[in-house]
Design a protein around this ligand. Structure first.
Ligand code: C5P
Length: 308
């Protein structure tokens, strides 16, 4: 029986952004990607993806939120690509279509997997909308075809990523960490940052995340974690956006335990000792007027989840 295209049902999914607590990168591979060893933590800044039925073969998106205008709404939109990919690979020839609405809070091109989060949200929302029998593992494999961070956005929590960052293993983490995120006024393109990384001749070998980090996470020790935050892409991000150094300095002056540029930047994540320290830090950092916005978040939080 054909799927009723007038089905009024809407499915909403909430999906978190991420911070890379450690990001070690090797030299560029022949396929253009860089081998990574990274520790992801999902943090409480969320995009919401809503999917409703559309005419068969129709896949559209509407972007909402402060930075919505920065994301194209055509076929290149990652959420649209995700819906289309799911329909063509798992749709079993059914007449599927979806109208998506994305409410964005994760910064656009901010190093927090905003685009990948929307792809992850669209995959889950459409799988439920279309009643597709796909397992979480199968969804992650499909997600990796859309972007290296999509599997983590589906999974959430705290995880070790290897390969392109898309091969995940869970990391034991106790307690909750309090972060202050400094959202920069501009964007940074991930390929441009990796390009600068190559130009600077950077690349870690062997690729290892600090053992002290895994110990710190198991024991829930924010102080110890702050001492081993590391991002090999930082010199490249700073070369492209030198003003980030001032933001890092300001957060440190105002009491952060440690800081790290998230992914390819330009978001800077400051780790605070506890919630009240994070409140103080966010107020002080805001008053400096160095960034577009300052946001307090905590992690780890779950990955893509249905909103009921
Ligand atoms: O996988 P995704 O499309 O999100 O990656 C965006 C770009 O970031 C890639 O095209 C590549 O230039 C760069 N990248 C990389 N190595 C990785 C992940 C991303 O060079 N492991």
């Amino acid at each position: 029986m054909a799927t009723p295209v007038t089905e009024p049902e809407a499915v909403r999914v909430r999906v978190a952004g991420k911070v890379n607590l450690a990001l070690r990168s090797g030299h560029r591979r022949a396929d253009g990607y860089h081998p990574l060893a990274t520790v992801f933590q999902a943090v409480s800044v969320f995009d919401e993806v809503e999917a409703t039925w559309a005419e068969p073969g129709t896949f559209t998106v509407r972007m909402l939120g402060e930075q919505a205008a920065l994301v194209p709404e055509g076929d290149d939109n990652l959420a649209v690509k995700a819906a289309r990919l799911l329909a063509t690979t798992w749709g079993a020839g059914r007449p599927l279509g979806a109208e998506l609405v994305v409410r964005k809070s994760i910064p656009v091109s901010g190093g927090m997997a905003g685009g990948s989060a929307d792809a992850a949200g669209a995959l889950l929302a459409c799988a439920v909308l279309w009643d597709i029998d796909i397992s979480p593992d199968e969804l992650r494999v499909l997600g990796a075809r859309l972007g290296a961070d999509v599997p983590f956005c589906l999974a959430g929590g705290t995880a070790l990523g290897t390969g392109r960052g898309d091969e995940l293993a869970p990391v034991l983490s106790r307690g909750s960490y309090h972060w202050v995120l400094a959202f920069s006024a501009g964007e940074l393109s991930t390929p441009a940052v990796f390009g600068k990384f190559d130009e600077l001749g950077l690349g870690t070998d062997p690729l290892e995340v600090p053992a002290e980090m895994l110990n710190a996470l198991v024991s829930g020790d924010a102080q110890a974690l702050s001492r081993c935050l590391v991002n090999d892409l930082e010199p490249a991000a700073l070369a492209l956006r030198p003003e980030l150094a001032r933001i890092v300095e300001a957060g440190t002056e105002h009491g952060a335990l440690g800081s790290v540029i998230s992914g390819s930047g330009p978001t800077v994540a400051f780790l605070a000792a506890n919630e009240s320290a994070a409140v103080d830090l966010s107020v002080r950092l805001s008053s400096e007027g160095l960034c577009r916005a300052v946001k307090r978040v905590s992690g780890p939080v779950p990955g893509a989840r249905l909103v009921v």
